[in-house]
Ligand binder design. Structure first.
Ligand code: TYD
Length: 144
């Protein structure tokens, strides 16, 4: 299993010029996985809450490509909230972390680099199911 402390901010390289900025991102270099899929959230209305779920196997890096939003991370024991508001920061989220994304500003784009293709079977969408999973004896054993 994973801990909230295993989630970390990754600072990407920045190429700045008077014509704008550019940040490259490589799987296996900036994130500890090969990037299998990219998706993004956009046109998110004010007050919306996205991403109330955890994944059994998927790892991800979340980037505020434009604007800002808050990511709340929960490992079943502790919670931490991080505001993403710079395009050159990525938030690495390992497997088995419950995450919620809120407080989207108008026009925010949440870009997600994922280790796996979309698979509904990899989702845990019920918080009680998530707690049961991460608080199981097998999960505790995994932490030792
Ligand atoms: P979901 O992951 O539930 O979005 P969020 O957690 O941000 O609220 O996905 C919303 C819908 O989009 C759901 O019907 C599944 C679909 N979807 C795909 O088809 N492919 C994808 O890569 C993702 C992330 C979602």
């Amino acid at each position: 299993m994973s801990l909230v402390d295993d989630c970390r901010l990754v600072t990407l390289e920045r190429f700045e010029s008077p014509l704008g900025s550019l940040s490259p991102l490589y799987g296996g270099v900036h994130v500890p996985f090969a990037i299998k899929r990219v998706y993004y959230l956009y046109d998110v209305p004010g007050g919306a809450e996205r991403g109330g779920h955890a994944h059994l196997a998927l790892q991800q890096l979340i980037v505020a490509a434009t604007g800002s939003f808050a990511v709340t991370l929960d490992d079943g024991r502790s919670r931490r909230s991080i505001t993403l508001n710079r395009s050159y920061y990525g938030l690495y989220v390992p497997r088995l972390i419950w995450r919620e994304i809120t407080d989207f500003c108008t026009g925010a784009v949440c870009l997600v680099f994922a280790s796996l293709a979309y698979d509904e079977g990899d989702y845990i969408r019920n918080y009680q199911d998530f707690l049961a999973k991460v608080r199981s004896p097998a999960a505790a054993e995994d932490l030792k």
